[in-house]
Design a protein around this ligand. Structure first.
Ligand code: GRF
Length: 190
């Protein structure tokens, strides 16, 4: 993707609460932001996070039909000249074919210090293993789940008093802080 001065047309994919979408919308409105969110796609028609997109008058598409989610999304991404996809609390695994067809960068936020704890239940595993730290990572999306190049990550201490709920809350705060920073870092080092 060639470097050009304009903000990158960005699509955000969500499935649930959308707290990361909320923080990306806030970032995108900043003068110095490098992205313009032009599209939000959810594979869950009832995703709470969709309210953030509608409040900011961002185009929303609910695609809950599993079988043609990818084809429909690819058509929309093309229609809106999308330069970048940010997965934000998106709980569907994208196929290698989708990644190839889109052919531009896809970033994801994962609630662990990758490469530790790929997949689900990251906080449960960190606590069970008595890890001293947890954290969040922004990485490039590839065919292999949670295995793309890590762009930015930040850790947080796990206290003896922490349980999954408190740790999830602490890590979510970090996610909101580092996703915009990771986008900046990624787009300025293209
Ligand atoms: C976050 O922990 C994110 O890392 C994971 O889904 C959780 C919810 O994210 N993928 P959000 O509030 O929907 O942005």
């Amino acid at each position: 993707m060639e470097k050009y001065p304009g903000k990158k047309n960005t699509a955000v994919f969500i499935s649930g609460k959308g707290s990361n979408l909320k923080s990306l919308i806030k970032y995108s409105k900043k003068k110095k932001s490098l992205i313009k969110i032009i599209l939000v796609i959810s594979n869950n028609p009832d995703a709470e996070g969709l309210k953030y997109a509608s409040r900011s008058k961002i185009k929303i598409y609910r695609i809950n039909n599993k079988s043609n989610f990818e084809n429909k999304s690819l058509k929309l991404l093309k229609k809106y000249n999308t330069d970048l996809i940010c997965l934000a609390g998106f709980m569907k695994i994208l196929s290698g074919n989708f990644i190839k067809q889109f052919s531009k960068p896809i970033l994801n936020i994962h609630p662990s210090l990758l490469p530790k704890y790929k997949g689900l239940n990251t906080h449960e595993r960190a606590i069970k293993n008595k890890d001293r730290f947890a954290g969040a990572s922004i990485h490039k999306v590839t065919e292999k789940l949670d295995s793309g190049k890590v762009i930015l990550q930040k850790k947080v201490k796990i206290l003896k008093t922490d349980d999954v709920r408190s740790l999830k809350k602490k890590v979510l705060k970090i996610e909101h802080e580092i996703y915009p920073k990771a986008i900046n870092k990624f787009l300025t080092n293209l």
